[in-house]
Design a protein around this ligand. Structure first.
Ligand SMILES: [Fe+2]
Ligand SMILES: [Fe+2]
Length: 178
């Protein structure tokens, strides 16, 4: 799975060039393309390998792309952005053999990716799209963990936010079993 597979998935939003460009910013980011989606040294972590963030994002979109009666432009954009902040949750060092070792960063405990992904979304998209799109997509990003106790500051209030949460759960839970 590579970033190019995500570009194929988001073809339907090409009709909205601004949204598509906002998604491209994530997909073409060098760190997005190499980072894991969770902590490699933690047991039962999902997509915890180089490129895992791309693989997880691709799976989330696969799970949600046949959801009926939703705004698919909102959903696809939110899916691309939902875990982008993870590029601050981890960092890598090299061991004595030159092997790359991923580690959890202080950001993971102090900020964490849900808030960071939202902050990156707003700071990038504000002024470029309508307030309605800014907030409906922002809500999906903030609510993607589904519950307060699972790390979301708001719980899903729209069909798109609930669809993203469910798709995120499917990909992460299946990933933990692999
Ligand atoms: Fe997440
Ligand atoms: Fe995720």
């Amino acid at each position: 799975m590579t970033y190019k597979d995500i570009l194929k998935q988001i073809e339907p939003i090409r009709k909205y060039p601004t949204l598509y460009t906002l998604c491209e910013l994530v997909v073409y980011n060098d760190n997005f393309r190499i980072f894991p989606a969770s902590q490699p040294d933690k047991p039962h972590s999902h997509h915890a390998y180089d490129g895992g963030l791309v693989a997880h994002t691709w799976e989330v979109i696969e799970h949600l792309k046949h959801t009926p009666n939703v705004d698919m432009d909102v959903l696809l954009t939110a899916a691309v952005w939902h875990d982008y902040g993870k590029i601050y949750d981890y960092y890598y060092t090299q061991n004595s053999d030159g092997k790359k070792i991923w580690r959890k960063s202080p950001h993971h405990d102090l900020v964490r990716h849900v808030a960071r992904s939202y902050q990156m979304w707003v700071s990038t998209a504000e002024g470029k799209i309508s307030t309605d799109y800014l907030d409906t997509i922002g809500h999906c990003i903030l609510a993607h963990h589904g519950r307060f106790e699972w790390g979301s500051p708001v719980e899903p209030k729209t069909p798109e936010a609930l669809a993203l949460h469910n798709a995120d759960m499917m990909s992460s839970k299946y990933g933990e079993l692999r």
